[in-house]
Design a protein around this ligand. Sequence first.
Ligand SMILES: Cc1cc2nc3c(=O)[nH]c(=O)nc-3n(C[C@H](O)[C@H](O)[C@H](O)COP(=O)(O)O)c2cc1C
Length: 211
Amino acid sequence: MSQPERQPKNIALAWTGASGIQYGIRLLECLLEAGCEVSLMVSKPAQVVIGMETDLALPGRVAELQKALRERFATATGRVSVYGRDQWTAPLASGSAAPDAMVVCPCTTATVSAVATGASRSLIERAADVALKEGKPTLLVVRETPLSAIHLENMLRLSRAGAVIMPAAPGFYHRPRSVQDLIDFMVARILDHLGIPQSIMPPWGSDKEEI
Ligand SMILES: Cc1cc2nc3c(=O)[nH]c(=O)nc-3n(C[C@H](O)[C@H](O)[C@H](O)COP(=O)(O)O)c2cc1C
């Protein structure tokens, strides 16, 4: 597993409109508990998915969403800042102020396509474009099934450009007992890739007796 040289502190996190928004919400929680500064972007379709897949009543407006999330995670040592779709003055939009790493979780095939072509028409797309061009760890937690040749070609293109494609495909070897266990499996693997210490899921083999 490739890891950044130092523990990343500034993380750009994008929630896009794929099923599995629970992964993104849990990841935000873990990043803030780990003391990270998180720059959060939420696409409009992601707001729809939040409404369909969770009981969370998160406001749509950027300032209100930021307030709600800061209240929800008030005990965490990290801090979340929320940015809007067209907020081109955000630090994320420039390589001179690029975050340490970027994660799109969950990531739609639409966003995969946009990032693969360098479209940069929204702040999410631009931030991913910046993270890639600056050589920052860029993780895309893609959720779709089945995958077409278009999806696969876009992902291959991104992988060749330095992105890490992490399909939202939790393992079962830890004997999950709940949906939360499955969510935590994915989030733990994401944190491992970012080089952020986590205790929600031990690495493979660490609980086995030595032979
Ligand atoms: C409830 C719901 C679930 C969806 N699930 C997925 C999904 O798992 N994967 C995907 O690629 N698109 C999914 N979509 C479609 C995307 O939201 C749609 O393509 C949208 O344009 C993506 O825009 P975004 O990438 O800017 O969020 C879903 C849409 C809805 C409403």
